[in-house]
Design a protein around this ligand. Structure first.
Ligand code: PEP
Ligand code: MG
Length: 573
């Protein structure tokens, strides 16, 4: 039967393919006694050998696609599956206690996991993690349920998941993953942001997609309207194929603007820059006519691995981006870990409120080795382009001063060692915490620029978690409270002769762009795939009219009133 689920439109475009569930399998079972222990042992051995063949295939694929490092993880799992110290006690337990293999496996594995985890030894802790993973796989075969292996997908699919972490998203294979949809998340969850830069249509926050879809169901992800169609009728499929073709046509028109400057109808220039996560994203920036990089989220360099990147590795990445942008501005944000971006290898304690916790600049000022390594790598790369350094999550002036002093210390030390560092590197901050927006006039005297991080600024101002679909109605970019803060920041910058940009998702939003243009925002930084649409929109707007519109909407009462006012003004345009 066909059905429709509503969610949050997280990444534009339309995708039609079969569902692929990326969900935790149900591995619950009961303890049972068995009559024929020999048969039960044989069933267990069978599950072991199926798990082995599966892991060998995954290992070989990982070696091919991701390199030896990743393949080694599965090699370690294979070793566990051949270890008599684990397997013999399981088989013995089945035989002596006449219990089912699931129970014998879980009991024995848990005993080893607890033992290894309690040791004060990283190597043994990793072995515990290996045993836990392998146990799941063998259990899945005993129970006849499937564990998802997204790396092994060989046909076009729509990924169905409860949630996707940024590192899950980074590992999606663009060749086969045509779209995704999740139970939870919001438009500014990092998986949604990444989907936009990967041009994968996505609908998040459907609340119940994982319980509504089976593997193999036909799914349409309508990332333009935030709808997911499950087993649609042939008529609906036809309608969406046409819609898809229309969208592609529209994109082809925008593509003609790739080398055009971004000027309003009345001739005012603004800069349209791109947000990137890795040097690989530069291709998208070039293809979409980005005039700079307004936000390089360096934390992605630290993710999906087992240890911190070295200074040399970081230097290479920063240099590649600076060179790749050929002298255009590149704003590199220092490590902004925390919230939905985790680094398991730092072993940080779990927190009640990770978005309000020990993260970003707070962690960097505390763990200065990590911070200083990154700053040195940046400074060494600085002669290769137009580098600007930006600190994330600044909540008070003290933090900025401290961070800047550390940067100065590192610069001086490098120069004393005869290492070349660019003469002038602008140093700015993200304005994403309301206290900083309110104090923008004071900050403006000391920083070289502001970049408004509305993804966080909205969640902190409205007290509405950006990841939580249940409060997404409160996540209101056009609420006059947000617009007034944005204005305060832009005005404060201009008063001191500094520039103000925005790198939150709002910078590329069709309703927000006219207001931001009117408020005098200098730089709009967004997913590369939004740039051409925004450029086409700005070409059609008069900045002087938008100034009036901005003044008007700042006096309105609600988010919805602002939307209506903008729609009216722009349709009259
Ligand atoms: C923001 O908060 O607006 C921002 C750009 O940073 P991030 O989305 O990485 O938190
Ligand atoms: Mg942020």
């Amino acid at each position: 039967m066909s059905s429709i689920l509503k969610g949050i439109a997280a990444s534009n475009g339309i995708a039609i393919a079969k569902a692929y569930r990326l969900v935790e399998p149900d591995l619950n079972f009961e303890k049972k006694s068995v009559e024929n222990a020999e048969e039960e042992v044989a069933r267990f051995q069978n599950a072991i050998s199926t798990s082995k063949s599966e892991l060998e295939a995954i290992r070989d694929k990982a070696r091919e696609d991701l390199g030896e490092d990743k393949a080694q993880i599965f090699e370690a799992h294979l070793l566990v599956l051949s270890d008599p110290e684990l397997l013999t006690p399981i088989e013995d337990k089945v035989k002596t206690e006449s219990v089912n293999a699931e129970f014998a496996l879980k009991e024995t594995a848990d005993m080893f996991v607890n033992m290894f985890e309690s040791m004060d030894n990283e190597y043994m802790k990793e072995r515990a993690a290996d045993i836990r993973d392998v146990t799941k796989r063998v259990l899945s075969h005993l129970l006849g349920v499937q564990i998802a292996n997204p790396s092994m997908v060989t046909e076009e699919v729509i990924v169905i998941a409860e949630d996707l972490t940024p590192s899950d998203t980074a590992q999606l294979n663009r060749q086969f993953v045509k779209g995704f949809t999740t139970d939870i998340g919001g438009r500014t969850s990092h998986s949604a942001i990444m989907a936009r830069s990967m041009e994968i249509p996505a609908v998040v926050g459907t609340k119940s997609i994982t319980s509504s879809i089976e593997n193999g169901d036909v799914v349409i992800v309508d990332g333009l309207n935030g709808e997911v169609h499950i087993n649609p009728t042939p008529e609906v499929i036809e309608k969406y194929k046409k819609e898809h073709a229309r969208y592609e046509e529209q994109k082809a028109k925008w593509a003609k603007l790739v080398n055009e400057p971004t000027v309003s109808k009345d001739g005012q220039h603004v800069e349209l820059a791109a947000n990137i996560g890795t040097p690989k994203d530069l291709e998208g920036v070039r293809n979409n006519g980005g005039e700079g990089v307004g936000l390089y989220r360096t934390e992605f360099l630290y993710m999906g691995r087992d240890e911190l990147p070295t200074e040399e590795e970081q230097y290479e990445a920063y240099k590649a981006v600076l060179e790749g942008m050929e002298g255009k501005p590149v704003v590199v944000r220092t490590l902004d870990i925390g919230g939905d971006k985790e680094l398991p290898y730092l072993n940080l304690p779990k927190e009640m409120n990770p978005f309000l916790g020990y993260r970003a600049i707070r962690l960097c000022l505390d763990e200065q080795d990590i911070f200083r390594t990154q700053l040195r790598a940046l400074l060494k790369a600085s002669p290769y382009g137009n580098l600007k350094i930006m600190f994330p999550m600044i909540s008070n002036l003290q933090e900025f001063r401290e961070a800047k002093a550390i940067l100065e210390e590192e610069k001086k030390a490098l120069q004393e060692n005869g290492i070349d560092v660019a003469d002038k590197i602008e140093v700015g901050i993200m304005v994403e915490i309301p206290s900083t927006a309110v104090m923008a006039d004071v900050f403006a005297k000391e920083v070289d620029f502001f970049s408004i991080g509305t993804n966080d600024l909205i969640q902190y101002t409205m007290a509405a978690d950006r990841m939580n679909e249940r409060v997404s109605y409160l996540y209101q970019p056009y609420n006059p409270a947000i617009l007034r803060l944005v204005k305060m920041v832009i005005d404060a910058a201009h008063k001191e002769g500094k520039w103000a940009g925005m790198c939150g998702e709002m910078a590329g939003d069709e309703i927000a762009v006219p207001i931001l243009l009117g408020l005098g925002l200098d730089e709009f930084s967004m997913s590369a795939t939004s740039i051409l649409r925004a450029r086409s929109q700005i070409h059609r707007l008069n900045k002087s009219d938008m100034k009036k519109l901005a003044e008007e909407v700042l006096q309105l009462d609600t988010n919805d009133e602002v939307i209506k006012a903008v729609e009216k003004a722009v349709s009259n345009d």
